[in-house]
Design a protein around this ligand. Structure first.
Ligand SMILES: [Zn+2]
Ligand SMILES: [Zn+2]
Length: 344
């Protein structure tokens, strides 16, 4: 099969013919229709995340159809029967979404306490296991999602990470009424739609001077938009930071009301500068969001079509993956890049 392969960080991906993967027990062989490009892919290519599988096929927002189900019955004899029974019953031909969380042990203290996103032995699609910048991918059926009908393969792809991990970040803000979002990219765009649907007031912070994005945020329904160097007109109950820019943490903290929370939604961030304790005082909190649980996915795919969350995409062919990554790095993508691999 054709695949875009990363041999080493800080090198372009290479288009190569590689053996088609074979599904093991409990795994699905999926013919990849589309795969959206995530900022995490850039962090892997740029060597900002430790110990990726190498050589690696990137991509963890995969939409495709099941080509083969690997010995599913045998899998139910495995010790992890509870999780297997909870797996959706997939058949050949079904459409599935494959997300970032690819496997957990089901057995560590985190898995046992409903925090599989923190599993000690978790494996991640397109990072520690091969992903979707290829014609086929295999995935553990238990971590795949059925996708809402209303989205076609291109529209659905960005929901699988920007949507899911964005949603987990959003839920960490509890019932915050005034919600700041720093870094108004893919995840912000999706999550703002849910926040507005749930009658929160969204305050959008962009790169200073990025009037086009500020205008787009207003059109989406934000009550205020401005540069990340500005203070909002009122104190915020919560702020989510999707940009990988450490100095935004004290900036967001400074904009919070008492008891407010700053949620860092990215997997990588530059260093956070020192700040005054008075900005943390009065029970303000800072937290990060790591990965996703299957429950986040179930909740997100239940609410997304009701809003309905819209995705704006820009499509590329598989062999144009480097172009998509370069445009992303340069901040020149207006919409979410989606690789279209097996037609649509
Ligand atoms: Zn675990
Ligand atoms: Zn991602």
């Amino acid at each position: 099969m054709r695949a875009m392969v990363l041999d080493r960080p800080k090198q372009p991906l290479e288009l190569r013919d590689v053996p088609q993967p074979t599904p093991g027990r409990g795994q699905l062989l999926v013919r990849v229709n589309t795969c959206a490009v995530c900022r995490t892919d850039l962090h892997v290519v740029d060597g900002e995340l430790a110990d990726p599988k190498l050589p690696l096929i990137l991509g963890h927002q995969i939409v495709g159809r099941i080509e083969e189900v690997g010995e599913f019955r045998e899998a139910s004899q495995h010790s992890d029967t509870r999780a297997i029974q909870a797996a959706p019953a997939f058949s050949v031909g079904d459409r599935v979404g494959i997300p970032w969380l690819g496997w957990t042990d089901g057995d560590c203290a985190y898995c046992r306490s409903g925090r599989e996103n923190l599993c000690d032995n978790a494996r991640f699609t397109g990072y520690t296991i091969d992903g979707g910048y290829a014609e086929f991918a295999v995935a553990d059926a238990r971590y795949c999602f059925p996708l809402p009908e209303r989205y076609d393969d291109v529209e659905a792809a960005p929901l699988l990470c920007a949507g899911l991990i964005g949603y987990r970040s959003y839920r960490k803000t509890g019932d915050a009424r005034r919600l700041g979002i720093y870094g108004f990219g893919n995840a912000a765009h999706l999550i703002a739609q849910i926040a507005i649907y749930e009658e929160r007031e969204v305050f959008a912070f962009t790169r200073p001077g990025d009037k086009a994005t500020q205008q787009a945020a207003k059109e989406l329904g934000a009550v205020w938009s401005g540069g990340s160097d500005q203070m909002p007109p009122v104190k915020l109950d919560a702020a989510i930071i999707f940009a990988s820019v450490g100095p935004l943490v004290p900036a967001a903290l400074h904009a919070l009301a008492k008891g407010g929370i700053v949620v860092c939604g990215g997997i990588h961030m530059t260093d956070i500068p020192a700040f005054h304790y008075v900005d943390l005082w009065e029970e303000r909190r800072i937290t990060s969001v790591a990965n996703l649980t299957r429950r986040d996915g179930e909740e997100f795919f239940e609410i997304a079509p009701r809003v309905p969350v819209r995705t704006d995409t820009q499509t590329f062919a598989l062999e144009q993956a480097n172009t998509a990554l370069d445009l992303f790095r340069a901040g020149k993508l207006k919409d979410t890049a989606v690789l279209v691999i097996n037609g649509n």
